[in-house]
Write a protein that binds this ligand. Structure first.
Ligand SMILES: Cc1cc2nc3c(=O)[nH]c(=O)nc-3n(C[C@H](O)[C@H](O)[C@H](O)COP(=O)(O)OP(=O)(O)OC[C@H]3O[C@@H](n4cnc5c(N)ncnc54)[C@H](O)[C@@H]3O)c2cc1C
Length: 489
């Protein structure tokens, strides 16, 4: 979700303090626990570890530790890793894995730190932070990028070559987390998911082996890493990604009154299924603190003609939008518009998702009912429906583990939270997400792994691909070294 979207949620929802429910069912961040950390008599030799790597090891109390342990969501600020290593290169990553194994430390990779559940940090364990590995080069239509690059930087770099990538919108999301879990955005229908653009990857597996996986080298791991989600199968150190043209986009923004909400969702659903792959649009249903719902569709066309795509959507909705705005934006104007600028401030939220098969009129009514309940409770909440289809419905060369190729789209249940929410605020947001899941259950094909959430069975992120993913996990990580509540087991 872009900052544009998140701003809308916060504006629509009104005061965060209005949340009133109690208690919380969230899974706590992983911990190395009593059997995890410092098992050797003298504990891990951190001095030797620092000497063995080119990057920097940050330990509690040392300068920089308080900053490097942070994730994007301040909710995880209390999580205290035994150390964070900011790796300088792939060899450091390998050394870190070997050190963690030797010292029985739970270890998690971190790139942009935007995990929805805090999966890129761990109490008492070792965070392998690849964010300093962000170098980029371009040749022959292929971007070579370090696993720590952030999305805005990737776009700004590629723009110099007249190139782009289909990615998500938040400027500070890490290329690794986004790509490994799929990667949806405005180019999804025209060019597929971010993971569909992977030509090869550098990855260090749990055995400490450095691999350069592709359709011909370790093809099973290559298949699994394209959609299997970050943190599961190894630590990716770099990607080779096949680029797309950095073309102008024709944007549209349409609004309808609440009375048209069901027709808009029904029309959007048809749009996602039959509109040309050049057209894209997502529906935002924002719960307002006065108990009403605000409906808009933000869309664009890679042809540059946003008006034509908007007219097509209106024809499926069966009524003209109340307000319409159009703008043609260059590649970088579009990146900044969608991302709300060149960077984004840390913020709190709780979210979940459902991957959608076609919804009946009853299911659409139930979805709107869940949103209305949130609005009446004055919860700062939104449902955002992103389309799939087009190129993303096609299995890329060599196949990939992303499990939902035939779905209509993904609904994200999003609730803005303060930086350090109370248990009652978390509970209220969780209740909203649970209500959303319940509403669309007849059409839910599972969840989107990049919107990973507490309480959802891991298998539901992968559909029919889960058994094969389990087999690949067993082959490359037989001791389950990369393990938390959200990993493939
Ligand atoms: C504000 C915001 C906007 C977003 N917008 C979009 C969007 O438009 N489209 C979309 O598809 N998604 C979007 N997302 C979801 C985003 O794709 C996921 O949260 C993604 O996992 C974040 O990646 P990261 O590298 O920033 O996070 P991290 O927290 O660093 O990593 C996420 C997961 O990947 C693992 N990981 C990190 N680095 C590596 C590595 N090098 N090798 C292996 N595993 C690794 C981590 O351990 C963790 O499990 C958004 C998220 C936020 C917070």
């Amino acid at each position: 979700m872009s900052p544009v979207d998140r701003r809308t949620v916060l504006k629509a929802g009104g005061a965060l303090a209005a949340v009133t429910l109690t208690s919380c069912s969230e899974v706590k961040p992983a911990s190395a626990g009593p059997a995890g950390a410092n098992l050797t008599a003298a504990g891990p030799d951190w001095t030797a570890f620092q000497k063995s790597v080119k990057g920097t090891v940050y330990r509690p109390g040392q300068p920089g530790y308080a900053t490097v342990r942070q994730l994007f969501n301040p909710r995880w600020d209390a999580v205290a890793p035994a150390a964070v290593i900011r790796t300088a290169n792939a060899t450091d990553v390998r050394t870190a894995i070997q050190f963690a194994r030797k010292n029985k430390l739970v270890s998690v990779p971190k790139s942009g730190g935007h995990s929805y559940v805090g999966a890129s940090t761990v109490n008492n364990g070792l965070v392998v932070d690849v964010s300093a590995m962000r170098s980029m080069s371009y040749s022959g239509n292929v971007l070579t990028v370090g696993a720590g690059a952030k999305l805005y930087d990737v776009h700004a770099f590629l723009d110099k070559y007249g190139k782009s990538l289909p990615t998500g919108t938040c400027p500070t999301v890490g290329i690794a987390g986004l790509t490994l879990g799929g990667g949806m955005g405005v180019h999804t229908r025209a060019f597929g998911l971010t993971c569909d653009r992977i030509q090869s990857m550098g990855v260090i597996t749990a055995d400490g082996v450095a691999r350069n996986v592709s359709a011909t080298v370790d093809p099973d791991l290559f298949w699994a890493l394209r959609g299997g989600g970050g943190g599961n199968l190894g630590i990716v150190t770099s990607f080779k990604l096949i680029t797309i043209p950095a073309a102008k986009l024709g944007f549209f923004r349409l609004t309808w009154p609440e009375s048209k909400a069901a027709a808009v969702i029904k029309g959007w659903q048809k749009f996602a299924q039959v509109a040309p792959i050049t057209a894209w649009g997502n529906v935002h249903i924002d719960a307002k603190s006065n108990g009403t719902l605000q409906i808009h569709v933000l869309g664009c066309s890679t042809t540059g003609n946003g008006a034509a795509a908007a007219a097509q959507l209106e024809s499926y909705v069966g009524s003209k939008a109340t307000t319409r705005t159009f703008a043609v934006r260059t590649h970088m104007e579009a990146v900044k518009y969608l991302g709300g600028g060149t960077t984004s401030a840390r913020q709190g939220w709780l979210a979940g998702s459902d991957v959608l098969k076609p919804m009946s009129a009853n299911t659409i009514a139930a979805l709107l009912g869940a949103m209305k309940t949130a609005a009446r409770a004055k919860l700062p909440a939104a449902a955002i429906l992103d389309p799939l289809g087009g190129q993303s419905a096609k299995i890329p060369s060599g196949g990939s583990s992303w499990g939902h190729r035939s779905a209509v789209g993904v609904v994200q249940w999003y609730s803005g939270l303060p930086a350090h929410p109370t248990a009652a605020q978390i509970k209220a947001a969780q209740t909203f997400i649970t209500n959303g899941h319940r509403a669309v259950k007849p059409s839910s094909a599972g969840g989107y792994v990049n919107y990973v959430e507490a309480g959802r069975s891991v298998s539901t992120y992968y559909g029919a691909n889960y058994a094969r993913l389990q087999a690949v996990k067993k082959k490359y990580d037989p001791t389950n070294f990369f393990k938390n509540a959200y990993t493939i087991a």
